[in-house]
Design a binder for this molecule. Structure first.
Ligand SMILES: CC(C)(COP(=O)(O)OP(=O)(O)OC[C@H]1O[C@@H](n2cnc3c(N)ncnc32)[C@H](O)[C@@H]1OP(=O)(O)O)[C@@H](O)C(=O)NCCC(=O)NCCS
Length: 153
């Protein structure tokens, strides 16, 4: 396994757009074509392809949230691994790389938020194991988790 996160460009957006979750998982995450459209018109969003070597296997997207005097935080809007590629450690590896990247890019950021629908047990297990804590908040029907960042620069 050689997982990397790659920028989306004119050469790979079609391949990333074709990746899908299973029909039972479709209410867990927006489709990749929709996410790519959002990222085009919402410049604070950063979409990235998840690759194993040269093979596209998934997609992540995050946002730099600025709450003014309340500080800044990252918000991971999307994480998906294609339904044919799940259960091989790609989701965990992609999150670990993304968290390392966000920690390195953090300035005044105080945390990383991620949310999921309550019945998404795989997401809950994955995020808990990576150190995210339950905030107790529910937003738009989704459970909100947060990973505190202590590093400042
Ligand atoms: C959630 C998702 C990204 C995980 O990716 P993955 O590559 O299948 O997961 P991994 O193989 O890396 O497993 C990572 C952890 O996820 C959890 N997990 C994965 N599949 C699981 C399942 N079927 N049941 C319970 N937990 C599961 C486990 O905690 C696992 O930990 P382990 O490494 O100790 O086994 C993937 O299942 C997916 O794309 N789901 C549909 C979209 C989605 O729900 N996205 C999240 C929206 S918030």
């Amino acid at each position: 396994m050689n997982i990397t996160l790659r920028e989306i460009d004119r050469d790979n957006y079609r391949a990333i757009g074709k990746l899908k979750v299973s029909p039972e998982q479709e209410h867990f995450v927006a489709s990749n074509p929709w996410s790519l459209a959002q990222s085009k018109y919402e410049p604070d969003l950063t979409p990235l392809g998840v690759y194993d070597g040269e093979t596209p296997v998934g997609f992540v997207m995050y946002r730099d949230e600025d709450y003014g005097i309340m500080g800044r935080a990252w918000s991971i809007w999307r994480l998906m691994i294609d339904h044919t590629q799940q259960g091989h450690g790609y989701g965990r590896a992609a999150m670990e790389i993304l968290l390392t990247r966000l920690r390195a890019e953090s300035t005044t950021h105080t945390g990383i938020f991620i949310s999921f629908v309550p019945e998404n047990i795989a997401a809950r297990n994955l995020y808990s194991s990576l150190g995210f804590d339950d905030t107790g908040l529910i937003e738009d029907g989704e459970v909100v988790y947060r990973l505190a960042l202590t590093k400042t620069r």
